[in-house]
Design a protein. Structure first.
Length: 252
């Protein structure tokens, strides 16, 4: 953690010109936003703004970086709980928090897999794994993993697979395990599956099997960069949300 914070500080210093009005904002964002948020940043830059610098990781890791003093302007979490964690420590600016994106959970397998499953109460997930493991973001900390555990628990399946989980540091790491064939099945977001041609969706989780998957964004309390707040407003605009819909996200 100290080393990561030091790298972020160096990055922050490197991109900050003398005129703070034109400094590129630093955004800490959930790993599942990689393609979509980069596309939004490109769109924003085409309007004449400095392109935001984005650091992607699991929401839990990002929240702890913020708590430890990471010099960032915006935080986009993959769930409300980790935004609550940061907000409860008074590390976000009042009236800047908003949930603006939504996602769903799917079960994925390597592209050559012949597995097909109907995700329903007590579906035979353990049998479908064979001798392999189920790739998930850490179900004790990372939003995608927590949603996955919640869904499997509600469906009565978690006890049969809890000792066979390959825990990954974030949802993209779980996706990579499946894409490389190191795990026969994995639980990721719909948008992750769309972003990786080495996997395919073999089952979809019912919306009522887990809490609503909402992505909140907020400006961090220590940010003094007007470009950060301007980019946040762009993300919440109709034009900004349209970028994310192209990548499979829901919005409101």
């Amino acid at each position: 953690m100290p080393r990561l914070l030091a790298l972020l500080a160096l990055l922050f210093a490197a991109i900050a010109p003398a005129n703070a009005q034109t400094r590129a904002p630093l955004v800490l964002a959930a790993a599942s936003l990689q393609e979509s948020l980069n596309a939004a940043a490109d769109s924003w830059a085409r309007k004449g703004h400095p392109r935001p610098v984005i650091s992607f990781a699991g929401s839990s890791a990002l929240a702890r970086q913020i708590e430890a003093g990471a010099p960032a302007d915006l935080f986009i979490s993959a769930d409300e709980e980790w935004m609550d964690y940061v907000a409860n420590k008074r590390l976000v600016k009042p009236n800047t928090r908003a949930a603006f994106l939504f996602n769903n959970l799917v079960l994925v397998a390597p592209i050559a897999s012949t597995v097909r499953l109907t995700v329903a109460p007590r579906f035979p997930l353990a049998r479908a794994l064979g001798q392999g493991r189920l790739a998930m973001a850490d179900p004790d900390a990372v939003p995608a993993g927590k949603y996955g555990k919640q869904a499997l628990t509600r469906l009565g399946v978690w006890p049969s697979v809890q000792d066979r989980v390959a825990r990954a540091e974030n949802v993209r790491a779980a996706l990579a395990l499946v894409g490389r064939g190191e795990a026969p099945l994995g639980i990721v977001y719909t948008t992750d599956a769309l972003a990786d041609r080495s996997v395919k969706v073999v089952g979809r989780f019912p919306a009522n099997s887990h809490a609503l998957i909402a992505y909140p964004v907020a400006t961090l309390a220590k940010s003094t960069n007007p470009e950060g707040e301007a980019f946040r407003r762009y993300l919440l605009s109709g034009e900004g949300k349209a970028v994310f819909r192209r990548f499979g996200f829901g919005s409101r």
